[in-house]
Write a new protein. Structure first.
Lengths: 270, 287
């Protein structure tokens, strides 16, 4: 560097008294010249605060729609972030829920007189089960080990994700339900209670098996039971059956609460 | 700060992954060596409170992981780098560490972000904070995984194969970093790299078949092969393992023939004598 800035110019620069062209020229010089830079009086605290403010604007990604909405609804920002990371909020899952519900609703209306409405009633409860199966566990969560080793309550995290799954799949089911030509005696609980029962049974079984395996077992068992029941002529969604689903949901919920420690780490607790 | 294990056992079916493991760790770096399937990762997962052992007692920094409330206390005080840490590939480095900081109960946003910046700075990833993880090289991902383990300045660092896949320069930087960190905390470093153990560990534990087969200093491990390492012009018949050196001679470990030109053993030689040549070959393949 063969020339240096006059000290008075630096003073004027700091007083914001230089014109824009001169200031830009001086800044370009300061970038390369340590000697002149050392003449600039720096408020270290201000500089640190400024960098922090800039970093705060640049580094964290802008929260997504779900996170922003939850925060606006009063959910603490860190909880909103945990919910937003849930696999159930991935576009692929949302699309799958909408498509499957739509397919089931259309299939149910193909011949309203022969009981095809059961297609919807059998398929709809499976969606939250699938959502739960892909919400937690080694197979679906890349950071599973890191999550288990963190102080956050794993059971609470799992419940948050299950609630997220239900919050996504139940409204879609509620929208699709009016299209289904089910007997007038059947309310929306005809599929909602089985959905809750199967979801809770999946949760209860996942205290013993991996969540995806528990979901597969419940899904497979449900379909097999429904096929047999329909073939044998049993009505699986009438009031008596609904009471059965409610009792099953209750028992599964109790089992989940009793075994909640099992979600906190792998292996049998002692 | 101490970590204690007493007669810890864990089996998977008929396989005894841990078969009565016991030792005590104090401040400083302890290297954990062992062939594949020796139980290293199982042991580290038990210490990280991810896995419950079948029997035995573990005490981490004065807390019992079998008690749920104390387990949470342990999790607040440990840093864990798993062997295969998973990432949300579409996250930026900053967002990933930020999310894990949330899981580690760093609730205050301003303080949490400062902590995220601190660990990214330590691991040399500050300039990658807004880069998506899927765009990072394997070595950078390893550093990112290390960064998350440093959140909250843990008193006990559990590092499973931290240098796997790192190039030599990054390995040296890692050694420098872990050495700095180890002054006031317990560091347990599982590795296949005997050079790492020789370079930075005060102590080395060798796990073989779920049991501790050696517990001592790196020099002590090397001494197991004292008088059993030699140079030979011809292929050595009595060697457990041998290879041709750049000088054209064979370096052999095993039972030397009479009159053999004995040389100073290394940790690797001691390790071979302890666990057998087959294990070393497995390790070399794994590394």
């Amino acid at each position: 560097m063969s020339w240096h800035v006059d000290a008075s110019d630096i003073h004027r620069y700091q007083e914001a008294a230089l014109d824009r062209v001169a200031a830009a020229s001086l800044e370009a010089h300061l970038t390369d010249c340590g000697e002149c830079r050392s003449l600039v009086v720096v408020d270290r605290d201000w500089l640190e605060r400024s960098w922090s403010t800039i970093a705060e604007l640049v580094e964290p990604s802008r929260p997504g729609v779900v996170e922003r909405t939850l925060t606006r609804l009063g959910v603490p920002s860190h909880v909103a972030r945990i919910v937003a990371v849930s696999p159930a909020l991935r576009i692929s899952f949302l699309l799958a829920v909408v498509l499957v519900m739509a397919f089931a609703a259309v299939a149910s209306t193909s011949n309203p007189t022969d009981g095809t409405y059961r297609v919807f009633l059998i398929v709809a409860p499976l969606l939250p089960v699938a959502g739960v199966a892909f919400a937690y566990g080694r197979l679906v969560d890349p950071a599973y080990d890191l999550t288990l080793a963190s102080p956050i309550d794993s059971f609470r995290l799992l419940l948050l994700r299950v609630v997220t799954v239900l919050a996504v799949s139940i409204p879609v089911g509620l929208v699709a339900w009016p299209m289904v030509p089910a007997p007038s005696a059947f309310g929306f609980t005809a599929w909602l209670l089985p959905a809750l029962a199967l979801t809770l049974v999946t949760l209860a079984l996942s205290s013993r098996f991996e969540v995806w395996l528990a979901g597969s077992m419940v899904g497979g068992g449900w379909v097999a039971a429904m096929v047999i029941a329909v073939a044998e002529g049993y009505e699986t969604f009438d009031t008596r059956a609904q009471i059965g689903y409610a009792v099953l949901a209750l028992l599964a919920a109790v089992a989940v609460m009793v075994r909640r420690e099992r979600y906190d780490r792998e292996g049998t607790p002692r | 700060m101490t970590v204690m294990l007493t007669d810890v056992r864990k089996h998977y079916g008929s396989v005894h992954a841990l078969d009565g493991v016991g030792f005590r760790l104090d401040n400083g770096i302890t290297g954990l060596l062992g062939p594949n399937g020796a139980g290293k990762t199982t042991l580290l997962r038990c210490l990280a409170t991810v896995l419950a052992p079948d029997a035995g007692r573990i005490d981490v920094l004065g807390f019992d992981p079998d008690r749920p409330d104390e387990r949470t206390e342990i999790r607040r005080r440990i840093g864990y780098l798993p062997q295969e840490p998973g990432f949300y590939r579409n996250f930026t480095c900053f967002d990933f560490i930020d999310y894990l900081a949330i899981l580690k109960e760093h609730v205050d946003r301003v303080e949490r972000h400062a902590e995220v910046r601190r660990v990214l700075e330590i691991t040399g990833l500050s300039d990658k904070s807004t880069t998506k993880i899927r765009k990072l090289s394997g070595g950078m991902r390893r550093r990112l995984a290390l960064a998350q383990s440093l959140l909250g300045s843990p008193g006990f660092l559990i590092l499973d194969e931290p240098t796997a896949g790192l190039d030599p320069e990054l390995r040296f930087r890692f050694r420098e970093l872990v050495t700095e960190l180890s002054t006031d905390r317990v560091v347990l470093l599982s590795t296949h790299q005997t050079e790492d153990v020789a370079a930075i560990c005060d102590r080395v534990i060798v796990l073989d078949g779920g049991r501790v087969s050696f517990d001592g200093t790196p020099a002590g491990l090397a001494q197991i092969a004292a008088g059993k390492v030699w140079l030979s012009d011809d292929r050595p018949a009595s060697a457990r393992i041998f290879w041709r050196t750049t000088s054209g001679q064979f370096r052999a470990v095993g039972t030397p023939p009479s009159g053999a030109e004995l040389i100073e053993p290394t940790i690797e030689d001691g390790y071979v004598m302890l666990v057998g040549a087959a294990a070393l070959e497995e390790d070399t393949e794994a590394a």
